[in-house]
Design a protein around this ligand. Structure first.
Ligand code: PLP
Length: 459
Protein backbone atom coordinates (compact mmCIF):
# COMPACT_ATOMS: atom_id res chain seq x y z
CA UNK A 1 0.00 0.00 0.00
CA UNK A 2 1.46 3.40 -0.95
CA UNK A 3 0.92 6.03 1.74
CA UNK A 4 -0.83 9.15 0.41
CA UNK A 5 1.19 12.32 -0.02
CA UNK A 6 -0.82 14.12 2.64
CA UNK A 7 -0.40 13.23 6.33
CA UNK A 8 -1.84 9.88 7.34
CA UNK A 9 -4.76 9.88 9.74
CA UNK A 10 -4.33 8.46 13.28
CA UNK A 11 -6.38 5.40 12.36
CA UNK A 12 -4.24 4.79 9.26
CA UNK A 13 -1.08 5.01 11.36
CA UNK A 14 -2.50 2.55 13.85
CA UNK A 15 -3.47 0.15 11.06
CA UNK A 16 -0.13 0.40 9.23
CA UNK A 17 1.80 -0.21 12.42
CA UNK A 18 -0.46 -3.09 13.47
CA UNK A 19 -0.31 -4.76 10.07
CA UNK A 20 3.32 -4.23 9.09
CA UNK A 21 5.52 -3.38 12.08
CA UNK A 22 6.58 -6.57 13.86
CA UNK A 23 7.68 -5.22 17.25
CA UNK A 24 10.31 -6.79 19.52
CA UNK A 25 8.70 -9.58 21.51
CA UNK A 26 5.47 -9.16 19.54
CA UNK A 27 2.94 -11.92 20.25
CA UNK A 28 2.81 -14.55 17.50
CA UNK A 29 -0.68 -15.56 18.59
CA UNK A 30 -1.88 -11.97 18.29
CA UNK A 31 -0.19 -11.26 14.94
CA UNK A 32 -1.90 -8.31 13.22
CA UNK A 33 -4.01 -7.62 16.32
CA UNK A 34 -1.75 -5.75 18.71
CA UNK A 35 -1.96 -1.97 18.61
CA UNK A 36 0.80 0.00 20.28
CA UNK A 37 0.55 3.35 21.97
CA UNK A 38 2.01 6.02 19.68
CA UNK A 39 4.35 8.47 21.37
CA UNK A 40 4.57 11.86 19.74
CA UNK A 41 6.73 14.20 21.79
CA UNK A 42 9.05 14.29 24.76
CA UNK A 43 10.55 16.92 27.02
CA UNK A 44 12.77 16.27 30.06
CA UNK A 45 11.28 13.29 31.90
CA UNK A 46 7.88 13.62 30.22
CA UNK A 47 6.32 12.01 27.14
CA UNK A 48 3.10 12.88 25.31
CA UNK A 49 1.13 10.34 23.32
CA UNK A 50 -0.81 10.89 20.11
CA UNK A 51 -3.88 11.94 22.11
CA UNK A 52 -1.86 14.63 23.88
CA UNK A 53 -1.79 12.82 27.23
CA UNK A 54 1.30 13.43 29.35
CA UNK A 55 3.27 10.70 31.13
CA UNK A 56 6.30 10.71 33.39
CA UNK A 57 8.72 8.16 31.93
CA UNK A 58 9.44 5.50 34.59
CA UNK A 59 11.69 3.22 32.48
CA UNK A 60 13.54 6.09 30.74
CA UNK A 61 12.70 4.72 27.28
CA UNK A 62 14.42 1.35 27.62
CA UNK A 63 16.85 2.36 30.42
CA UNK A 64 18.52 4.75 28.03
CA UNK A 65 17.31 8.36 27.93
CA UNK A 66 19.85 9.70 30.46
CA UNK A 67 19.77 13.42 29.60
CA UNK A 68 16.00 13.49 29.05
CA UNK A 69 13.93 14.14 25.95
CA UNK A 70 13.82 17.11 23.60
CA UNK A 71 17.38 18.46 23.86
CA UNK A 72 17.69 21.08 21.13
CA UNK A 73 21.51 21.04 21.21
CA UNK A 74 21.51 17.29 20.56
CA UNK A 75 19.34 17.89 17.49
CA UNK A 76 21.79 20.55 16.32
CA UNK A 77 24.89 18.40 16.93
CA UNK A 78 23.30 15.55 14.98
CA UNK A 79 22.20 17.84 12.11
CA UNK A 80 25.63 19.51 11.97
CA UNK A 81 27.39 16.16 11.61
CA UNK A 82 24.92 15.03 8.93
CA UNK A 83 25.66 18.18 6.94
CA UNK A 84 29.42 17.94 7.46
CA UNK A 85 30.10 14.25 6.83
CA UNK A 86 27.49 11.62 7.30
CA UNK A 87 29.39 8.39 6.80
CA UNK A 88 32.95 7.09 6.86
CA UNK A 89 33.69 3.41 6.27
CA UNK A 90 35.25 2.14 9.51
CA UNK A 91 37.20 -0.45 7.51
CA UNK A 92 39.26 2.09 5.64
CA UNK A 93 38.80 5.45 7.37
CA UNK A 94 37.82 7.22 10.53
CA UNK A 95 36.07 10.44 11.43
CA UNK A 96 36.73 13.22 13.90
CA UNK A 97 33.83 12.26 16.23
CA UNK A 98 34.81 8.55 16.19
CA UNK A 99 38.42 9.33 17.13
CA UNK A 100 37.56 11.84 19.87
CA UNK A 101 34.88 9.62 21.35
CA UNK A 102 37.16 6.55 21.48
CA UNK A 103 39.70 8.59 23.48
CA UNK A 104 37.04 10.00 25.80
CA UNK A 105 35.60 6.55 26.50
CA UNK A 106 39.07 5.09 27.12
CA UNK A 107 39.81 7.93 29.58
CA UNK A 108 36.74 6.96 31.60
CA UNK A 109 37.08 3.17 31.64
CA UNK A 110 38.96 1.48 34.47
CA UNK A 111 42.51 0.11 34.26
CA UNK A 112 43.89 -0.69 30.85
CA UNK A 113 40.57 -0.92 29.01
CA UNK A 114 41.73 1.36 26.24
CA UNK A 115 40.52 -0.31 23.06
CA UNK A 116 37.07 0.70 21.87
CA UNK A 117 35.39 -1.44 19.23
CA UNK A 118 32.26 0.39 18.13
CA UNK A 119 29.05 -1.53 17.55
CA UNK A 120 25.47 -0.62 16.73
CA UNK A 121 23.76 -1.50 20.03
CA UNK A 122 24.13 -3.49 23.25
CA UNK A 123 23.53 -6.90 21.66
CA UNK A 124 26.27 -6.40 19.08
CA UNK A 125 28.62 -5.14 21.83
CA UNK A 126 27.96 -8.34 23.80
CA UNK A 127 28.27 -10.44 20.64
CA UNK A 128 31.65 -8.83 19.98
CA UNK A 129 32.84 -9.56 23.53
CA UNK A 130 31.76 -13.19 23.27
CA UNK A 131 33.39 -13.64 19.87
CA UNK A 132 36.54 -12.08 21.31
CA UNK A 133 36.66 -14.73 24.04
CA UNK A 134 36.67 -17.38 21.30
CA UNK A 135 39.23 -15.53 19.20
CA UNK A 136 41.51 -14.97 22.20
CA UNK A 137 41.62 -18.64 23.06
CA UNK A 138 42.00 -19.75 19.45
CA UNK A 139 44.92 -17.37 18.99
CA UNK A 140 46.48 -18.57 22.24
CA UNK A 141 46.26 -22.16 21.01
CA UNK A 142 43.57 -23.47 23.34
CA UNK A 143 40.51 -23.86 21.15
CA UNK A 144 38.68 -25.99 23.72
CA UNK A 145 38.55 -23.06 26.22
CA UNK A 146 35.30 -21.61 24.88
CA UNK A 147 32.43 -22.12 27.26
CA UNK A 148 30.86 -19.00 28.77
CA UNK A 149 29.49 -18.73 32.27
CA UNK A 150 26.38 -16.60 32.52
CA UNK A 151 23.77 -16.32 35.26
CA UNK A 152 20.11 -17.06 35.81
CA UNK A 153 18.01 -13.90 35.30
CA UNK A 154 20.71 -12.33 33.08
CA UNK A 155 19.73 -10.40 29.96
CA UNK A 156 22.40 -9.74 27.36
CA UNK A 157 20.53 -9.02 24.14
CA UNK A 158 19.03 -10.41 20.99
CA UNK A 159 21.72 -11.64 18.59
CA UNK A 160 22.17 -15.41 18.43
CA UNK A 161 25.09 -15.37 20.85
CA UNK A 162 23.84 -12.62 23.17
CA UNK A 163 20.41 -14.23 23.46
CA UNK A 164 22.12 -17.54 24.25
CA UNK A 165 23.61 -15.88 27.34
CA UNK A 166 20.22 -14.69 28.50
CA UNK A 167 19.05 -16.63 31.49
CA UNK A 168 15.68 -15.13 32.27
CA UNK A 169 13.71 -18.23 33.10
CA UNK A 170 10.39 -16.43 32.69
CA UNK A 171 10.84 -15.68 29.03
CA UNK A 172 11.28 -19.12 27.55
CA UNK A 173 11.62 -18.95 23.80
CA UNK A 174 11.66 -21.45 21.00
CA UNK A 175 14.16 -19.38 19.08
CA UNK A 176 17.27 -21.56 18.92
CA UNK A 177 20.17 -20.80 21.22
CA UNK A 178 23.81 -21.84 21.34
CA UNK A 179 23.13 -24.02 24.36
CA UNK A 180 26.36 -25.98 24.14
CA UNK A 181 28.59 -22.98 24.84
CA UNK A 182 26.88 -21.52 27.88
CA UNK A 183 26.42 -22.58 31.49
CA UNK A 184 24.14 -20.62 33.83
CA UNK A 185 25.11 -20.02 37.44
CA UNK A 186 22.18 -20.03 39.88
CA UNK A 187 20.42 -16.84 41.00
CA UNK A 188 22.57 -14.50 43.12
CA UNK A 189 19.69 -12.50 44.65
CA UNK A 190 20.60 -12.07 48.35
CA UNK A 191 16.90 -12.11 49.25
CA UNK A 192 16.86 -15.81 48.35
CA UNK A 193 19.31 -16.73 51.11
CA UNK A 194 18.03 -19.12 53.74
CA UNK A 195 16.67 -17.71 57.02
CA UNK A 196 19.46 -16.80 59.38
CA UNK A 197 22.17 -16.63 56.69
CA UNK A 198 24.03 -13.29 56.47
CA UNK A 199 24.56 -11.57 53.11
CA UNK A 200 28.31 -12.16 53.54
CA UNK A 201 27.77 -15.88 53.98
CA UNK A 202 25.43 -15.86 50.95
CA UNK A 203 28.20 -14.21 48.95
CA UNK A 204 30.71 -16.86 50.04
CA UNK A 205 28.21 -19.59 49.19
CA UNK A 206 27.74 -18.14 45.69
CA UNK A 207 31.49 -18.01 45.16
CA UNK A 208 31.93 -21.60 46.36
CA UNK A 209 29.12 -22.64 44.03
CA UNK A 210 30.77 -20.86 41.09
CA UNK A 211 34.15 -22.46 41.81
CA UNK A 212 32.55 -25.89 42.10
CA UNK A 213 30.88 -25.41 38.71
CA UNK A 214 34.15 -24.24 37.13
CA UNK A 215 35.91 -27.34 38.46
CA UNK A 216 33.11 -29.66 37.37
CA UNK A 217 33.00 -28.25 33.84
CA UNK A 218 36.79 -28.05 33.74
CA UNK A 219 38.62 -24.70 33.77
CA UNK A 220 40.24 -25.63 30.48
CA UNK A 221 36.81 -25.54 28.82
CA UNK A 222 35.70 -22.14 30.15
CA UNK A 223 36.74 -19.04 28.27
CA UNK A 224 34.62 -16.27 29.73
CA UNK A 225 32.24 -15.05 32.40
CA UNK A 226 29.63 -12.48 31.41
CA UNK A 227 27.90 -10.49 34.14
CA UNK A 228 25.81 -7.37 34.42
CA UNK A 229 27.04 -5.56 37.58
CA UNK A 230 23.34 -5.41 38.51
CA UNK A 231 21.00 -7.85 36.75
CA UNK A 232 18.70 -5.22 35.33
CA UNK A 233 16.03 -6.78 33.10
CA UNK A 234 15.99 -9.75 35.48
CA UNK A 235 14.46 -7.38 38.06
CA UNK A 236 17.31 -5.11 39.29
CA UNK A 237 19.04 -7.84 41.28
CA UNK A 238 21.99 -6.42 43.19
CA UNK A 239 24.48 -9.18 44.03
CA UNK A 240 25.83 -9.25 47.60
CA UNK A 241 28.65 -6.92 48.57
CA UNK A 242 32.04 -8.32 47.61
CA UNK A 243 30.59 -10.68 44.98
CA UNK A 244 32.06 -8.85 42.00
CA UNK A 245 35.61 -8.78 43.33
CA UNK A 246 35.45 -12.43 44.36
CA UNK A 247 34.10 -13.56 40.99
CA UNK A 248 36.90 -11.63 39.32
CA UNK A 249 39.43 -13.41 41.59
CA UNK A 250 38.02 -16.76 40.46
CA UNK A 251 38.26 -15.68 36.84
CA UNK A 252 41.89 -14.70 37.35
CA UNK A 253 42.62 -17.99 39.15
CA UNK A 254 41.23 -20.06 36.25
CA UNK A 255 42.28 -17.77 33.41
CA UNK A 256 38.71 -16.89 32.44
CA UNK A 257 38.00 -13.55 30.72
CA UNK A 258 35.60 -11.32 32.66
CA UNK A 259 33.04 -9.38 30.58
CA UNK A 260 31.23 -6.70 32.55
CA UNK A 261 28.02 -5.91 30.67
CA UNK A 262 27.44 -2.24 31.50
CA UNK A 263 24.82 -1.64 28.81
CA UNK A 264 22.49 -0.37 31.55
CA UNK A 265 24.83 0.56 34.42
CA UNK A 266 27.23 2.56 32.19
CA UNK A 267 26.89 6.26 31.52
CA UNK A 268 25.56 7.50 34.80
CA UNK A 269 22.83 5.15 35.99
CA UNK A 270 24.73 4.58 39.26
CA UNK A 271 26.30 8.05 39.32
CA UNK A 272 29.52 7.15 37.44
CA UNK A 273 30.60 6.78 33.84
CA UNK A 274 31.18 3.09 34.50
CA UNK A 275 30.22 1.18 37.62
CA UNK A 276 32.65 -1.77 37.38
CA UNK A 277 35.53 -0.25 39.32
CA UNK A 278 34.02 2.78 41.05
CA UNK A 279 31.04 0.96 42.52
CA UNK A 280 31.98 -2.71 42.42
CA UNK A 281 35.74 -2.70 42.71
CA UNK A 282 36.62 -4.66 39.60
CA UNK A 283 38.72 -4.02 36.52
CA UNK A 284 37.31 -6.56 34.05
CA UNK A 285 38.84 -7.64 30.73
CA UNK A 286 36.02 -6.20 28.64
CA UNK A 287 33.18 -3.77 29.22
CA UNK A 288 30.15 -3.54 26.95
CA UNK A 289 28.06 -0.39 26.77
CA UNK A 290 25.31 1.18 24.63
CA UNK A 291 21.99 2.84 25.62
CA UNK A 292 23.15 5.80 27.79
CA UNK A 293 26.18 6.33 25.55
CA UNK A 294 23.98 8.48 23.31
CA UNK A 295 21.05 8.80 25.74
CA UNK A 296 19.06 6.92 23.13
CA UNK A 297 19.23 9.81 20.65
CA UNK A 298 20.92 7.53 18.09
CA UNK A 299 21.96 3.87 18.10
CA UNK A 300 25.54 3.15 19.21
CA UNK A 301 27.31 0.57 21.34
CA UNK A 302 30.88 -0.37 22.18
CA UNK A 303 32.91 -3.29 23.42
CA UNK A 304 35.97 -1.97 25.23
CA UNK A 305 38.88 -4.35 25.61
CA UNK A 306 41.94 -4.33 27.82
CA UNK A 307 45.46 -3.72 26.54
CA UNK A 308 46.39 -7.03 28.15
CA UNK A 309 44.15 -9.15 25.93
CA UNK A 310 45.11 -7.15 22.85
CA UNK A 311 48.83 -7.64 23.63
CA UNK A 312 48.34 -11.35 24.28
CA UNK A 313 46.65 -11.72 20.90
CA UNK A 314 49.25 -9.59 19.13
CA UNK A 315 52.11 -11.55 20.64
CA UNK A 316 50.58 -14.94 19.90
CA UNK A 317 48.95 -14.42 16.54
CA UNK A 318 50.40 -14.26 13.10
CA UNK A 319 48.66 -12.12 10.51
CA UNK A 320 45.48 -12.38 12.54
CA UNK A 321 42.60 -9.98 11.85
CA UNK A 322 40.00 -8.76 14.32
CA UNK A 323 37.41 -10.10 11.92
CA UNK A 324 34.37 -8.37 13.44
CA UNK A 325 32.63 -5.09 12.69
CA UNK A 326 29.60 -3.44 11.24
CA UNK A 327 28.87 -1.04 8.40
CA UNK A 328 27.79 1.42 11.07
CA UNK A 329 30.65 0.82 13.55
CA UNK A 330 31.68 4.26 14.80
CA UNK A 331 29.04 5.99 12.69
CA UNK A 332 30.10 9.66 12.69
CA UNK A 333 26.60 10.95 13.47
CA UNK A 334 26.08 8.53 16.36
CA UNK A 335 29.55 9.39 17.70
CA UNK A 336 28.75 13.12 17.43
CA UNK A 337 25.57 12.46 19.44
CA UNK A 338 27.56 10.53 22.06
CA UNK A 339 30.07 13.40 22.36
CA UNK A 340 27.29 15.95 22.82
CA UNK A 341 25.64 13.64 25.35
CA UNK A 342 28.86 13.45 27.37
CA UNK A 343 29.35 17.21 27.11
CA UNK A 344 25.85 17.81 28.50
CA UNK A 345 26.36 15.27 31.27
CA UNK A 346 29.58 16.99 32.30
CA UNK A 347 28.35 20.57 31.99
CA UNK A 348 25.24 19.85 34.05
CA UNK A 349 27.05 17.58 36.51
CA UNK A 350 24.47 14.88 35.86
CA UNK A 351 26.64 12.26 37.60
CA UNK A 352 26.67 14.39 40.77
CA UNK A 353 22.94 14.90 40.43
CA UNK A 354 22.38 11.12 40.21
CA UNK A 355 24.38 10.57 43.39
CA UNK A 356 22.23 13.17 45.20
CA UNK A 357 18.79 12.33 43.82
CA UNK A 358 19.35 8.55 44.19
CA UNK A 359 19.01 8.84 47.95
CA UNK A 360 15.53 10.34 47.65
CA UNK A 361 14.65 7.83 44.90
CA UNK A 362 15.76 4.81 46.93
CA UNK A 363 14.09 6.04 50.16
CA UNK A 364 10.80 6.60 48.39
CA UNK A 365 11.02 3.25 46.54
CA UNK A 366 11.67 1.31 49.73
CA UNK A 367 8.91 3.11 51.62
CA UNK A 368 6.44 1.81 49.01
CA UNK A 369 7.57 -1.71 49.82
CA UNK A 370 6.89 -1.10 53.51
CA UNK A 371 3.39 0.28 52.79
CA UNK A 372 1.92 -2.37 50.52
CA UNK A 373 1.48 -6.06 51.31
CA UNK A 374 1.18 -6.71 47.62
CA UNK A 375 4.84 -5.69 47.17
CA UNK A 376 6.96 -8.73 47.95
CA UNK A 377 10.47 -7.44 47.33
CA UNK A 378 12.08 -4.05 46.72
CA UNK A 379 15.47 -3.86 45.07
CA UNK A 380 17.53 -1.00 43.78
CA UNK A 381 20.69 1.07 43.57
CA UNK A 382 21.38 4.49 42.05
CA UNK A 383 18.55 5.41 39.70
CA UNK A 384 17.53 1.80 39.24
CA UNK A 385 14.68 0.23 41.15
CA UNK A 386 12.27 -2.68 41.10
CA UNK A 387 9.07 -3.38 42.99
CA UNK A 388 8.40 -7.09 42.70
CA UNK A 389 4.74 -7.66 43.42
CA UNK A 390 3.34 -10.84 44.93
CA UNK A 391 -0.32 -10.65 44.01
CA UNK A 392 -2.57 -13.32 45.44
CA UNK A 393 -3.18 -15.22 42.21
CA UNK A 394 -5.22 -18.40 42.05
CA UNK A 395 -3.09 -19.34 39.05
CA UNK A 396 0.66 -18.62 39.22
CA UNK A 397 1.19 -18.91 35.47
CA UNK A 398 3.25 -16.49 33.42
CA UNK A 399 0.02 -15.33 31.72
CA UNK A 400 -1.59 -14.52 35.08
CA UNK A 401 1.46 -12.46 36.12
CA UNK A 402 1.39 -10.68 32.76
CA UNK A 403 -2.28 -9.90 33.22
CA UNK A 404 -1.56 -8.44 36.64
CA UNK A 405 1.27 -6.35 35.18
CA UNK A 406 -0.94 -5.10 32.37
CA UNK A 407 -3.56 -3.96 34.86
CA UNK A 408 -0.98 -2.17 36.99
CA UNK A 409 0.39 -0.56 33.84
CA UNK A 410 -3.06 0.59 32.76
CA UNK A 411 -3.88 2.04 36.19
CA UNK A 412 -0.59 3.97 36.34
CA UNK A 413 -0.92 5.18 32.74
CA UNK A 414 -4.37 6.51 33.45
CA UNK A 415 -2.80 8.62 36.17
CA UNK A 416 0.14 9.75 34.04
CA UNK A 417 2.98 7.29 34.77
CA UNK A 418 4.52 5.18 32.02
CA UNK A 419 5.41 1.98 33.85
CA UNK A 420 5.77 -0.93 31.41
CA UNK A 421 6.18 -3.71 34.04
CA UNK A 422 7.64 -7.14 33.21
CA UNK A 423 4.73 -9.15 34.57
CA UNK A 424 4.71 -8.70 38.33
CA UNK A 425 7.84 -6.53 38.33
CA UNK A 426 7.65 -2.75 38.04
CA UNK A 427 11.08 -1.48 37.10
CA UNK A 428 12.21 2.13 37.36
CA UNK A 429 15.07 3.65 35.40
CA UNK A 430 13.98 7.24 34.76
CA UNK A 431 15.95 9.88 32.87
CA UNK A 432 18.92 10.83 35.04
CA UNK A 433 17.85 14.49 35.10
CA UNK A 434 14.78 13.63 37.17
CA UNK A 435 14.26 16.14 39.99
CA UNK A 436 13.23 15.32 43.57
CA UNK A 437 9.75 16.68 42.83
CA UNK A 438 9.47 14.43 39.77
CA UNK A 439 10.62 11.39 41.79
CA UNK A 440 7.85 12.23 44.21
CA UNK A 441 5.30 12.59 41.41
CA UNK A 442 6.34 9.26 39.88
CA UNK A 443 6.09 7.29 43.11
CA UNK A 444 2.88 9.02 44.22
CA UNK A 445 1.22 7.72 41.05
CA UNK A 446 2.79 4.31 41.60
CA UNK A 447 1.26 4.19 45.07
CA UNK A 448 -2.16 5.13 43.74
CA UNK A 449 -1.86 2.38 41.10
CA UNK A 450 -0.89 -0.17 43.76
CA UNK A 451 -3.79 0.94 45.94
CA UNK A 452 -6.18 0.18 43.08
CA UNK A 453 -4.70 -3.26 42.50
CA UNK A 454 -4.32 -4.04 46.20
CA UNK A 455 -8.09 -4.13 46.50
CA UNK A 456 -8.34 -6.66 43.66
CA UNK A 457 -5.27 -8.78 44.40
CA UNK A 458 -4.90 -8.44 48.15
CA UNK A 459 -1.92 -10.54 49.07
N1 PLP B 1 22.94 -6.04 27.83
C1 PLP B 1 22.10 -5.60 28.78
C2 PLP B 1 22.54 -5.66 30.20
C3 PLP B 1 20.85 -5.09 28.44
O1 PLP B 1 20.00 -4.69 29.39
C4 PLP B 1 20.50 -5.01 27.07
C5 PLP B 1 19.20 -4.47 26.67
O2 PLP B 1 18.32 -4.18 27.46
C6 PLP B 1 21.41 -5.49 26.13
C7 PLP B 1 22.62 -5.99 26.52
C8 PLP B 1 21.05 -5.45 24.66
O3 PLP B 1 21.08 -4.15 24.22
P1 PLP B 1 20.34 -3.74 22.83
O4 PLP B 1 18.88 -3.90 23.06
O5 PLP B 1 20.78 -2.31 22.62
O6 PLP B 1 20.84 -4.62 21.78
Amino acid sequence: MTPPANSPSPSELTAWDRDHNLHPWGGLGTWKQDEYQRLNTGDGVYLWDSEGKRFIDGPGGMWCVQIGYGREEMAEAIADQVRKMVYASPWSSTSEPAAILARKIAERTPGDLNNVHYTTCGSTAVDTALRTVGLYNNVLGRPEKKRILSREKAYHGSTYLASSMTGKERFKTRFDKAQDIVHFLPDVNPNLRPDGMSPDDWCDAKIEEMEKIILELGPDTIGGFIAEPILCSGGVIVPPKGYHAKTLELCRKYDILYISDEVVTGFGRLGHWFASETVFDIVPDMITCAKGLTSGYLPLGACIMSDRIMKDMRDAGEDELFYNGYTYSGHPVSCAAALKNMEIMEREDILGHVLRVSEVFQDRLHSIGDRFDIVGEVRGMGLLGCLECRPDLSDESFAAHMQFGNKLDAACERMGLMLRPFGNMAVFSPPLVISEAEVDEMFTIMEAGLEELNAEYNA
